[in-house]
Design a binder for this molecule. Structure first.
Ligand code: HEC
Ligand code: HEC
Length: 548
């Protein structure tokens, strides 16, 4: 009898080994918090916020394990092991949420703008990371797959009346100005490289005592051997999972992620000149007919002004098509899977239509803000849009969709080659087309007060510095910062050529120093607009911009 069982187990192991070869088996998992939230949703907007925070978007399958998903139990074990100095006996002492927080990935107690009629979500991972368990009966495989979702990049700590960050309360839709997906990925790579299979498995079992025998076997005999082969090969060549940097802090490299997905990065090549897009607030995005600051996704009616009355179902569908397409680079799905999830993206659009940024929590001087409103209308509205007259929560009532040659750092538009444009258009089935661009698009400024650092590449730490071009610092600290409500942006003081956090501020995530002399990080441009303004004008305009 034992012999038979032994033979059966051996057979199962061989089957598992064969099953997870590329294309051999296609298993998918669901995200439990998404299903739980959907059960309480009463409207498309409710479903949309759930999809934004917890949706799986078809990205929890064995096919995404080939791209950007991770075997969750192994990768958490690897991270914990790294923090426990390689001792698997100590992994249970590690605070995993704190480990993720270092990379700007939140584990909040509360989502401040979650619908009041729905229960606060019960997460099964840090916010912005999703996981689900995929299993098949024959071959008997099981694997918990992890991936990242919109909320990883598009959620932010809230701020109190003095600009101090509160990581326990998070706002969905604000840009995460502290996220560092690159250092997260590098940490994972180093942990897999530096620990052997037996130690990793021991740590995974210690960290996840509920892990099934089936998953233990799958990890040991199907996942780890392939992961080991990949890590060994990469360690000997580029010493990284990916041939490009996927982010800095608060800014991500969507273009190289997409080029990688479309097989446009030649095998063996390492991309050294990458550009990074600073994360914006997602307020008022339905009024755009050209997307991204580079303006690379062009609607059929691009560059015409739009008002809220122009937002019809065509306009909603077009944004939904593009949002679904964003999951190709962001979550590692195929274009076909992305297209299947357009209805889910349409729910997100319904939510975005109701979305409002966190109101400015500090004190506003109404006299200065009134003067600032007039200055905004005279000097800024032609490109950034007209807001209603409110001095409480002004809303955008017309958006010009201004796009043109513009003197900020040019690298971002130069890296969008005709070859990239062609490959995107070949894979994108939508009236929205990718286009080669020669300028920048002026973005809506809604939610601006919390989205420092500024400009498309996140190269200017405060609005005050934006308004005083000759005083923009060469280097500055960012990540886990507090906000300065006088200058509006990253709180700091000048130390030589570097803007550093004030003494006494303990960053909630690991900061970096941005150097504006690096490729694509130039802080020049957008100066002429401020030249006619006096110091009093600038102070008034700054006061008004807090309200947007
Ligand atoms: C890896 C980080 C990341 C993830 C994940 C991500 N985004 Fe974004 N998103 C960005 C960045 C960066 C920008 C700004 C790019 C720019 O303006 O050039 C952006 C821009 C946007 C915009 C504004 C487009 C515009 O031009 O106004 C929308 C809407 C959006 N994202 C929705 C989503 C949704 C929905 C998801 C999930 C399905 C998602 N994003 C996932 C990084 C991310
Ligand atoms: C001629 C058009 C034009 C005018 C006028 C203009 N801007 Fe801009 N603005 C742009 C463009 C284009 C960008 C994007 C440039 C980039 O990111 O490289 C931009 C970016 C910005 C940003 C950075 C946004 C972010 O999310 O990081 C701020 C802040 C801003 N402008 C404020 C203003 C203010 C305040 C005024 C009025 C004094 C103004 N702009 C006038 C075109 C304009």
């Amino acid at each position: 009898m034992r012999r038979v069982l032994f033979a059966l187990a051996a057979l199962a192991i061989i089957a598992i080994g064969l099953a997870l070869r590329p294309g051999a088996l296609d298993l998918a998992a669901r995200s439990t918090p998404y299903d739980t939230a959907l059960a309480q949703a009463q409207s498309p907007a409710d479903r949309g916020i759930a999809a934004f925070a917890f949706g799986d978007w078809g990205a929890l399958g064995t096919h995404t394990l080939e791209v950007s998903a991770v075997p969750w139990r192994l990768s958490t074990a690897a991270l914990a092991l790294a923090e426990a100095d390689g001792d698997p006996a100590r992994v249970t002492d590690i605070d995993l949420e704190a480990s993720f927080r270092r990379f700007g990935i939140h584990s909040p107690d509360e989502i401040a703008n979650w619908p009041a009629h729905m229960d606060q979500p019960s997460r099964d991972a840090p916010l912005g990371l999703i996981r689900g368990t995929a299993s098949g009966t024959w071959p008997p495989v099981e694997v918990t797959i992890g991936n990242s979702v919109c909320a990883a990049c598009h959620s932010s700590v809230t701020y109190d009346a003095r600009g101090r960050p509160d990581p326990t309360r998070v706002w969905l839709g604000m840009g995460n100005s502290s996220i560092n997906l690159d250092s997260y990925t590098q940490a994972l790579f180093a942990a897999f490289r530096d620990h052997d299979d037996a130690t990793l498995m021991q740590a995974a079992r210690a960290l996840h005592p509920d892990m099934s025998a089936r998953e233990t076997l799958t990890l040991r005999y199907a996942i780890l051997p392939r992961l080991r082969a990949l890590v060994d090969e990469r360690a000997a060549t580029i010493d990284s999972f990916l041939p490009f940097r996927i982010s800095t802090v608060g800014a991500t490299n969507g273009l190289d992620s997409l080029r990688n997905r479309l097989d446009l990065i030649p095998e063996g090549e390492v991309v050294t000149e990458s550009t990074f897009n600073s994360l914006p607030d997602l307020g008022d995005r339905l009024l755009r007919n050209r997307l991204l600051t580079s303006g690379s996704y062009v609607y059929p009616d691009a560059d015409t002004p739009l008002t809220p009355a122009d937002i019809d179902d065509d306009q909603r569908d077009r944004l939904a098509q593009m949002i679904a397409y964003f999951t190709v680079p962001a979550m590692g799905v195929s274009e076909a899977v992305a297209k299947d999830h357009r209805p889910m993206a349409r729910d997100v659009v319904a939510w975005l239509e109701t979305y409002e940024p966190q109101p400015f929590p500090g004190v506003i001087d109404p006299r200065r803000a009134t003067a600032g409103r007039a200055l905004y209308s005279a000097h800024c509205a032609a490109c950034h849009g007209t807001y209603d007259d409110s001095l409480d929560t002004p809303r955008l009532v017309s958006f010009p969709n201004w796009h043109g040659p513009y003197g900020t750092d040019q690298a971002r538009i130069e890296v969008i080659t005709p070859q990239v444009v062609e490959a995107i258009n070949a894979s994108l089935d939508s009236p929205v087309r990718a286009a080669g661009v020669t300028g920048y698009s002026a973005p809506p400024l809604s939610g601006l007060w919390a989205s420092a650092p500024y400009l498309h590449n996140g190269s200017v730490p405060t609005l005050w510095h934006l308004m005083h071009p000759d005083q923009r610092p060469t280097r500055f600290q960012t990540g886990g910062h507090a906000l300065d409500f006088d200058r509006v942006g990253i709180a700091g003081t000048l130390d030589g050529d570097t803007w550093r956090y004030p003494a006494g501020h303990t960053p909630w995530s690991e900061p970096i120093i941005v150097d504006t002399r690096d490729f694509g990080m130039g802080n020049q441009g957008h100066a002429a607009e401020f030249a006619p303004l006096s110091e009093a004008d600038k102070a008034a305009l700054l006061e008004y911009l807090k309200l947007l």
